[in-house]
Design a protein around this ligand. Structure first.
Ligand SMILES: Nc1ncnc2c1ncn2[C@@H]1O[C@H](COP(=O)(O)OP(=O)(O)O)[C@@H](O)[C@H]1O
Ligand SMILES: [Mg+2]
Length: 355
């Protein structure tokens, strides 16, 4: 049922041998059948039966595909990511030397910074299937069923050599507020811990939380590997802009400028703004108007709304910000806005006149 073709052939061959003396034709047909090439499960219309919540009948976890967006991490994040992958890959060697620890990785940090995406990349890099548990749906069930659901999840992944991903783990801690049932909360937390403890050595479990401080220390202790996500720094924002603008070498200057102007934005914000700008450019068969993208960004960042003549005023503000605050050369600002070097100085002159 899990399309383990090797095992089917193995068992099939044994059956063939037994059959051969009593039913030569049956044995021949069976031999022919097991000699065929395996059909990929999905093409065969097979879908894995996932455990479901008793009341809502909704699946408690879902299998995710390989992500199509690359992950951008800062230096620390990248080295933790690589270290985890290396330990997972060489797990047997670590066991042999008695220095293996549980392959459990905790991702913490604000939303939109790439935690869910990173879990997808870990599974993809290791060639394992990713099962994502949405704890909020696991929890919104009949009182008392939550612990049962959690057990169901751990039973389901046992022996699957997959990556189990407990996304938004803080949903558990939030139960404290939503239900005046401290007894149930304790039971649920304990069930998660038991579940993690019950996993075979070498099983990968990843958890993500937006509220690290809400998690029980007993849970934290189960995760020897940790990656903390924060608001992306300038270099990281530059890489994100470059990628989401389309990755053309022509956008290098723009990515650098936009990175300067987008402190406080995360990867999801940058993706959204870059894609919106590219879509609107596509409507006019044009390339992205970087000046107006930068102005949108500044308005957003500074919490302002657009006034009727905002664009001109904003552009002046934009040029001043880049030159005076970020020390960008006028030549580079000109390249960024796609205008001549001469077109830049009037913006700055105005500022000097005004003071
Ligand atoms: N560090 C990053 N690298 C690449 N893409 C990112 C990054 N952070 C966010 N994104 C984009 O934003 C989307 C949402 O990020 P997600 O992984 O769901 O964040 P989180 O789980 O931390 O809330 C991602 O699918 C990706 O397109
Ligand atoms: Mg997420």
């Amino acid at each position: 049922m899990s399309a383990d073709y090797d095992r089917i052939r193995h068992v099939g061959q044994r059956l063939c041998k037994e059959l051969a003396t009593q039913d030569a034709e049956g044995a021949r047909l069976l031999k022919q059948a097991i000699g065929r090439k395996g059909v990929p499960l999905r093409a065969a219309g097979y879908s894995e039966a996932l455990p479901v919540d008793n009341k809502s009948r909704l699946p408690l976890l879902e299998a995710h595909d390989t992500p199509d967006v690359p992950i951008f991490l800062d230096e620390r994040g990248k080295s933790s990511f690589d270290a985890f992958l290396a330990d997972a890959t060489h797990f047997d060697k670590l066991v042999a030397r008695g220095i293996a620890s549980r392959l459990a990785l905790m991702l913490s940090g604000p939303p939109g910074t790439g935690k869910t995406l990173l879990a997808g990349h870990i599974a993809a890099q290791l060639g394992r299937k990713l099962y994502v548990v949405r704890l909020d749906s696991v929890i919104s069930s009949l009182l008392g069923d939550t612990a049962k659901n959690i057990r169901g999840i751990f039973d389901f992944v046992a022996g699957k050599n997959a990556v189990l991903f407990l996304d938004e783990l803080d949903a558990i801690a939030k139960m404290r507020d939503d239900r005046n049932e401290l007894g149930e909360l304790k039971r649920v937390v304990n069930t998660v811990i038991q579940g993690i403890d019950s996993l075979e050595a070498g099983t990968i479990v990843i958890a993500a939380t937006n509220h690290a401080q809400m998690l029980d220390t007993a849970i934290w202790r189960r995760f020897p590997y940790k990656i903390e996500f924060g608001e992306p720094e300038r270099d990281l924002r530059e890489a994100l802009w470059f990628h989401f603008l389309g990755g053309n070498p022509a956008d290098e200057v723009a990515s650098r400028m936009l990175a300067l102007l987008s402190a406080g934005l995360n990867g999801a914000d940058i993706q959204e703004l870059a894609l919106a700008a590219r879509r609107s450019a596509a409507h006019h068969d044009a390339s992205v108007d970087m000046g107006s993208l930068a102005c949108t960004l500044m308005r957003r960042y500074e919490g302002k709304n657009a006034a009727p003549d905002a664009y001109v005023a904003d552009k002046r503000h934009l040029v001043e910000t880049l030159v005076h605050r970020h020390g960008v050369s006028q030549a580079e600002v000109a390249r960024f806005l796609g205008v001549s070097r001469q077109a830049i100085s009037p913006y700055l002159k105005h500022a000097e006149d005004g003071h």
